[in-house]
Design a protein around this ligand. Structure first.
Ligand code: PAF
Length: 280
């Protein structure tokens, strides 16, 4: 496994691999890897000849009062996990933006809903850094988790709109045994908050059960989700939304496929989760 810091080194290795007809898979991460990231890497490993993992805590996707300064980091541990799952290249950029940086990639509308309401500049940072990562690595495929459903959706839109030619692969959410979706931010939770955090998954399951037994009214389903979440006395709901999976617009009735997405604050820690509600 190669640990690279410079863009040019990454570009050179990937260009050589491509010239030999090898396919390239990229797993963009902010490090502090967990089983969710590793599942993306395993899928990338199965589908590509060369697997690149980027580890970069991207400052432009954090709001001014968010957790950039305390975002968890452990490069040594990340590197040994990457070695175990057969990563070829870890790119840990020293520098991503130079002082003259003035260009932003903005996906309109889709980024103004759901998480975009409480994190207004977040997706602009994500799409810009992902476009830059794609520009250097020029992967055939890039891997993202369903836990960040809106992120995956926005990135797919960007690659289509800008003809980037990267296949966006979205992999299932990986959960702890009690249902909590894995996230690097789970380490922020106090023991009491951690005990209540699985209520997010339970709320999603309550909605799935309602749809399975015939409920279609979004207002009724949302009220039930909020009722389950109310048991998380240490939590504060940021949003509970049911939207069309193609447009991310709110719906009043469950269609053949709707996205139920939610975000809950525990103190300053904001947890997100989602499920696709399907009518079979
Ligand atoms: O999902 C993440 O960890 C980040 O948003 C990403 C895609 C690596 C961009 O910084």
């Amino acid at each position: 496994m190669n640990l690279l810091k410079e863009k040019q080194e990454v570009r050179d290795i990937v260009t050589q691999a491509r010239a030999r007809g090898r396919s390239v898979g990229l797993v963009p991460t902010m490090g502090y890897l967990h089983e969710g990231h590793l599942s993306l890497v395993r899928q990338a490993r199965a589908e590509n000849d060369l697997v690149v993992v980027s580890i970069y805590v991207n400052p432009t996707q954090f709001g001014p009062t968010e957790d950039l300064g305390r975002y968890p980091r452990d490069l040594e541990r990340d590197l040994s996990l990457c070695r175990e799952v057969g990563v070829d290249i870890v790119w840990n950029p020293l520098e991503m933006y130079d002082s003259g940086h003035r260009t932003w990639v903005v996906v309109e509308e889709l980024t103004e809903r759901l998480c975009g309401i409480s994190r207004p500049s977040h997706f602009r940072g994500v799409t810009t850094v992902v476009a830059k990562l794609f520009g250097v690595v020029r992967p055939d495929r890039a891997y993202f988790g369903q836990k960040d459903a809106q992120q995956a959706f926005v990135i797919r839109r960007m690659t289509q709109d800008l003809d980037m030619g990267v296949d966006i692969v979205v992999c299932p959410t990986i959960r702890e045994a009690d249902g909590l979706a894995m996230s690097s931010r789970n380490v922020y939770l106090t023991p009491e908050q951690r005990t209540q955090a699985p209520l997010l998954r339970r709320a999603l399951m309550a909605a799935e059960e309602m749809v399975a037994t015939g409920e279609r009214r979004v207002a009724t389903i949302r009220a039930r989700v909020e009722e389950v979440l109310a048991a998380a006395t240490l939590g504060r709901i940021d949003y509970v939304e049911i939207v069309n999976t193609q447009t991310l617009q709110g719906v009043e009735e469950i269609g053949s496929e709707s996205l139920l997405a939610l975000a809950v604050f525990f103190g300053k820690t904001r947890l997100i989760d989602n499920t696709i509600l399907r009518i079979s």
